[in-house]
Design a binder for this molecule. Sequence first.
Ligand SMILES: [Zn+2]
Ligand SMILES: [Zn+2]
Length: 232
Amino acid sequence: MRVAEGVYSIGQRQGGRTHAYLFEQERELTLVDTLFDSDGERVLDCIRRIGRSPGDLKQIALTHGHRSHLGGLAALKRLSGALVYAHEWEADIIAGERPAQPVSMRPQGPLSTYPMRVGLALGRPKHAPCPVDRSLREGDQVGPLRVVHIPGHTPGHLAFHWEQRSVLAVGDAVATWPRVDAGWPGFNLNEGQYRASLKRLAQIEAEVIAVGHGEPLRERASERVHALAESS
Ligand SMILES: [Zn+2]
Ligand SMILES: [Zn+2]
């Protein structure tokens, strides 16, 4: 689904209505996150549908090292030869050398998010490991996207801003499934950091907020993120 000029949203039910985003600048493609499935097929299908080939995918950037967003990484890397980018703190998780940190099992938030919490606690199902080629920091550029470091959900969580197209990909900092919320309650490793990061995101004006779980926010998007940041 096209959400802005040169920006496509790709989603699937599994992994909590997880979403990945494809960004096209000139003939080059940059992918943010890789969905839950391990074959990368939904992403490849989107690439074909916009008249591009896997070899046009030059960069795969990851918001963070959680299973729902890493599924297709190894397959897509193999098929495209794209460089893989992530924050340093997430890199060894993505490479399969360290398990992701579990979150609290205290009952909190919508029941439909519990399977993902249990998955984190058990480290199951595992993703196919893939080394990270380049680490990213605040202010770096990957394809057309500027990197914003927003720790809290995880320490190395990144957002990606395409200013020209007014699109901001925020990963798990905001969720629209099962409801529009400041992420999933109970899933943040550091609440204080998370709140500060959400306030930072609310300062960035964007017409489309591309979230990690649920459909992207396209109406009054910035205003709604602002409200979430104010109420949290
Ligand atoms: Zn996450
Ligand atoms: Zn997630």
